[in-house]
Write a protein that binds this ligand. Structure first.
Ligand code: NDP
Length: 281
């Protein structure tokens, strides 16, 4: 039977470490502040923003909420970002995605000061990751590295296959595994013989966005399987990109959905907020 990688427990551990660091900073007169901007009232975004606020409260990070109406213009949003970029008392700026269709997401994300870009989406931070310089790293892949390390999974020298090449998951995931000295292959929708590729993996990360696509015939016996996907199935239950029932018996360790990668994203966001103080100094 595979070991279950407990993302809930590891995320709680990271949040407690952040809490201790924030308390120490406070005792030295330093406050950590995160500005969270939501445009419109997409219900899923409201839940995500609420969870981020709750995590800030638990850790002791001051959160500033900007809940802007759906009809906010791009230039109004850019103005707010410019103001927050200039404020010395704001360490992190997060714009909840997706934005309404009339606003250019890329333009908005690029406008955030890279030293306050706690989501790690700014081209400067992506470039820094690429060439091994300090900077913010996208929270989901950073969380996966923590899941592996804190579960005792050795990455160096391992065959790592990442399925998916999105800017927020697949690409930074591949770069992080490479930074940890894994031998990395990135697969995508144009990959030929996907099963042949994924069956080579000692560590397989599925970020493909297709419910239960990765069945046992994609997985080498004894592999470590990380499931990034989040979907609701026909019974409204959460499931991942991996077909847990068929894969779990043959792999050595696996993340469940829910309770695997999901909780790590907010924990790493909090960690980025804490680290932002040192980065800005
Ligand atoms: P995207 O849709 O942006 O990317 C999916 C990737 O999978 C693309 O690179 C695509 O290839 C590739 N792909 C699609 N179909 C196939 C196929 N049949 N074979 C091989 N590759 C394929 O998704 P994201 O990266 O944003 O997210 C991936 C999953 O992770 C989603 O389920 C999302 O909900 C979840 N997610 C979970 C988070 C969490 O906190 N747990 C955070 C972020 C995302 P191509 O580039 O060629 O189109």
């Amino acid at each position: 039977m595979a070991k279950l990688i407990d993302g809930k427990a590891i995320a709680a551990q990271i949040k407690d470490e952040c809490r201790e660091k924030v308390a120490k900073m406070k005792s030295e007169g330093v406050e950590v502040t995160l500005a969270v901007i939501q445009v419109g009232n997409d219900p899923a975004s409201t839940v995500y923003v609420g969870n981020k606020k709750k995590a800030c409260e638990y850790i002791g990070i001051r959160s500033l909420a900007y809940e802007l109406p759906e009809e906010t213009t791009e230039s109004e949003l850019l103005e707010l970002i410019t103001e927050l970029n200039g404020r010395k008392d704001v360490n992190g700026i997060l714009v909840q995605l997706p934005l309404p269709g009339h606003i250019d997401e890329e333009k908005v994300l690029d406008a955030i000061d890279s030293r306050k870009d706690v989501d790690g989406f700014h081209p400067q931070n992506v470039g820094a990751l690429c060439i091994g310089k300090p900077g913010f790293v996208s929270c989901t892949p950073a969380g996966i590295i923590q899941l592996l390390k804190r579960s005792g999974v050795e990455i160096a020298g391992k065959e790592c296959v990442v399925i998916g090449r999105s800017n927020i998951v697949g690409k930074p995931m591949a770069l992080l595994l490479l930074r940890e000295n894994g031998t990395v292959t990135v697969a995508h929708s144009k990959t030929k013989d996907l099963r042949e590729v994924t069956k080579r993996a000692d560590i397989l990360v599925a970020a493909v966005g297709k419910p239960k696509m990765i069945t046992a015939d994609y997985v080498k016996e004894g592999a470590v399987v990380i499931d990034v996907g989040i979907h609701r199935n026909e019974n409204n239950k959460l499931c991942g990109d991996v077909d847990f029932e068929s894969v779990e018996p043959i792999c050595s360790a696996i993340t469940p959905v829910p309770g695997g990668v999901g909780p790590m994203t907010i924990a790493m966001l909090m960690n980025n907020c804490v680290e932002s103080v040192a980065l800005q100094q």
